[in-house]
Design a binder for this molecule. Structure first.
Ligand code: ADP
Ligand code: TRP
Length: 330
């Protein structure tokens, strides 16, 4: 069977350096190693509605994320790049899969169980949980099964959702016809985990992020804010215990990293280390930052690219949906 890679990006928020190092950069590299047309990458804006109820933020985030991926070199002619909500067949399949999926399977989802735990003590812990959250893994299955994905690159937290997608696909195949490919999760354990300005994992949830495409001045300011210890400038410093060195490593090449390691051991002032880090990140991001702002200034161009992607995707989804309808008898 032909390898087909598919992954979704939630459109909640503005990408930060951690997203870039851990998700965007490796995904673009991997997509371009695939044959043309065999890598599907989409903006999961229907999923975003579960967590984010601010229409402007949803809208702006879709544009910002599309512009980010394009600015960083994603070639929309090589991959199929689209917005989930532009593919109505996905929501149609979602319903059909809802009728196949056991409720008991969804009761076991980590995200749902965590939401119930968070409401413990309330009269009805389920009351504050939307059906969107509860059925999230079904919609994710529809995303994946619609395009016959064989490999789905995801973070560790998503492995359970892939198992559910396989379970739902197998039930459908057994009940009706074997139409669906059973997908596999691909988890890259070597992917760099970037630390944030406070030393914890960089994450929107911790408010310790550095935005990917802030202007040069803001980027420098954010880097200067990284928390360090109070060793004097000339004191030798342990590179392996430093947020600054860890970030530097995610951006610089091997030779530069070796030089920086030595500078740490010889004693480098934190101000100098931060300045070097800023310069190194800025060099990598400056050209893409410029393209990002150019793209954001022309949202119609982004929209055209997404529409072209949707047209490519729908060439498959409309035909496949016909077969699915026929299989279930509608
Ligand atoms: P956040 O934690 O900021 O909410 P998301 O959960 O939206 O980020 O993550 C989107 C993608 O970026 C995921 O693939 C995730 O693994 C990756 N990612 C997020 N934060 C980091 C980080 N600090 N280092 C590396 N990768 C990250
Ligand atoms: N749930 C994924 C996440 O939180 C995003 C996503 C939605 C996805 N649909 C998908 C990932 C389909 C892979 C395949 O990261």
């Amino acid at each position: 069977m032909k390898k087909r890679v598919l992954t979704g990006i939630n459109t909640t928020g503005i990408p930060h350096l951690g997203n870039y190092v851990g998700a965007i950069r490796p995904a673009i590299e991997a997509a371009h190693q695939q044959q043309a047309g065999e890598s599907f990458l989409f903006l999961a804006d229907l999923h975003a509605l579960i967590k984010c109820h601010d229409p402007k933020r949803i809208h702006d985030s879709s544009l910002a994320i599309a512009a980010t991926w394009l600015a960083l070199g994603l070639n929309p002619d090589h991959v199929v790049f689209y917005r989930q909500s532009d593919i109505p067949e996905i929501t149609e399949l979602n319903w059909i899969l809802n009728c196949v999926c056991a409720k008991g399977l969804m009761n076991r989802a980590h995200a749902y169980k965590a939401a119930v735990d968070a409401n413990a003590g309330e009269q009805d812990p389920d009351y504050g949980i939307s059906m969107g959250l509860f059925c999230y893994p079904v919609l994710m299955s529809a995303d994946i099964l619609m395009f016959g994905a064989t490999h789905v690159p995801v973070g560790r937290d998503q492995i359970q959702h892939l198992e559910m997608a396989r379970d739902i696909a197998a039930r459908f195949n057994h009940r009706y016809q074997p139409l669906f490919v059973l997908p596999e999760a691909v988890v890259d354990d070597n992917v760099a985990l970037l630390t944030g300005t406070d030393g914890r994992k960089m994450s929107k949830s911790y408010g310790n992020t550095i935005a990917l495409f802030d202007d040069e001045k803001a980027l420098r300011k954010q880097i200067m804010k990284i928390v360090t210890n109070s060793l004097p400038p000339e004191a030798p410093k342990d590179p392996d215990d430093s947020v600054i060195f860890a970030m530097y490593r995610a951006f610089a090449d091997e030779t530069a990293v070796a030089v920086m390691r030595q500078r740490f051991q010889d004693g480098i002032g934190w101000g100098d280390a931060k300045q070097a880090l800023f310069e190194c990140i800025n060099v990598e991001l400056a050209p893409a930052r410029e393209r990002y702002h150019e793209l954001l200034a022309r949202p119609a161009q982004i929209e055209d690219i997404l529409q072209a992607g949707a047209a490519k995707a729908r060439k498959e989804s409309t035909v496949f949906m016909e077969r699915i309808r026929e299989a279930v008898g509608i």
